[in-house]
Design a protein around this ligand. Structure first.
Ligand code: PLP
Length: 354
């Protein structure tokens, strides 16, 4: 079913953002993170576009990796959650995937396997995120064990920052120290940095970097817009005006009458809502762009519609005119802030069905 709301994906911007990643990454190899449908941008088309330009791709789970392999993506493919069971380990072998090993039972499964096929395994160490990963003090032992297995072709060490998007967080240095401590004396390749770390923690750049958000043209930092980092938005979310009406001063708009006009106002109704992934929590004042002019959202977001105060627009607008909700005119991060969420969530929700 086709609704009025639509997404344009600018693959040129994606290529440009990749060049920005390279410029920050010293000579590190790049694993582009394309999980969750490439943050809503369309996993397959993003994979096709990036394959050959990066040293590998990363997805969250075997299901995503399988789909990519079925569609002919044959580059290095890291599975960030690793295998969830024996059958998925089998799929890693068959599909030549590179699972992350973050639990002892996964290492045990690898140890039990008698396959002649060998795979690269990424050993994830928990240096402070306390989500996935082996405890720092258990890492050396597990490293040794994995390296001794004939099924393990290559072992790469990795960890993940909890607060890389906060340049003032003391935990960043603690995680860096903990990981560096493990790397000392090891000749294994290693990986630490997501987008925020690539941009702000140069010491974290090891053999591999793992950018996601910045590839899609979004800044990981609240106080630094994407444009200031030289990034260009890849996703443009658009719809069009389906009604324009005049409301008298004192009239309220939409469900819950959340916004009341202080003067006679022109209101445009746009065919997009939370049913299309536009955030329901977008507040009054969230920027919307119509004919290159920015105007404020007013009233609650409905399932299929939003209402926008166009009273102050200089240039005329009409039913059918294009409306941009985010993209090259409106930073998705700004919409996220107005909606008490993060750009990651908006992108993923909007591009779910691509
Ligand atoms: C382990 C891991 N590495 C890298 C990334 C990419 O992070 P970002 O999108 O912030 O660059 C993610 C994303 O969540 C991740 O889980």
């Amino acid at each position: 079913m086709k609704r009025s709301a639509r997404i344009d994906i600018n693959l040129e911007a994606l290529a440009h953002n990749l060049s920005v990643v390279r410029s920050y990454s010293q000579s590190a190899k790049i694993i582009a993170v394309i999980k969750a449908n490439a943050y809503g941008h369309g996993m397959l088309s993003v994979a096709r576009h990036l394959q050959g330009k990066v040293e590998g791709l990363a997805v969250a789970c075997i299901e995503e990796a399988k789909l990519l392999r079925e569609k002919g993506i044959d580059c290095r493919l890291v599975v960030l959650q690793g295998f969830h069971n024996e059958q998925q380990l089998q799929q890693c072998l068959v599909l030549n995937l590179e699972p992350v090993c973050h639990q002892h039972w996964q290492a045990d499964l690898l140890a039990q396997h008698t396959s002649a096929t060998r795979i690269t395994v990424w050993l994830k160490i928990d240096t402070g995120m306390n989500r996935l990963g082996i405890a720092v003090n258990e890492s050396a032992g597990l490293q040794k064990k994995l390296q001794s297995l004939s099924i393990v072709n290559e072992l790469i060490l990795m960890t993940h920052f909890a607060n890389a998007d906060d340049k003032t967080a003391t935990s960043n240095q603690l995680q860096l120290n903990a990981f560096n401590g493990l790397l000392g004396g090891s000749d294994l390749e290693a990986s630490m940095s997501n987008s925020a770390a690539i941009l702000s923690i140069p010491e974290s750049i090891k053999d591999w970097v793992r950018p996601g958000l910045m590839l899609y043209g979004v800044s990981p930092f609240l106080d630094q817009p994407a444009a200031d980092l030289g990034l260009r938005p890849v996703m443009i979310l658009k719809s069009h005006i389906i009604a324009i009406k005049t409301v008298a001063a004192g009239e309220s708009i939409g469900y819950g009458s959340r916004w009341t006009s202080q003067r006679e106002s022109q209101i445009a109704v746009v065919a997009i809502g939370y049913g299309d992934g536009y955030p329901r929590h977008a507040g009054n004042g969230t920027p919307v762009m119509i004919n290159d002019q920015v105007c404020p959202l007013v009233g609650r977001v409905s399932m299929d519609m939003i209402t926008v105060d166009v009273t102050d627009l200089e240039n005329p607008i009409a039913i059918g005119d294009d409306v941009q909700l985010w993209g090259d005119g409106i930073d998705v991060a700004e919409v996220a802030t107005h909606s008490s969420t993060i750009a990651y969530e908006l992108l993923c929700n909007t591009g779910k069905e691509q």
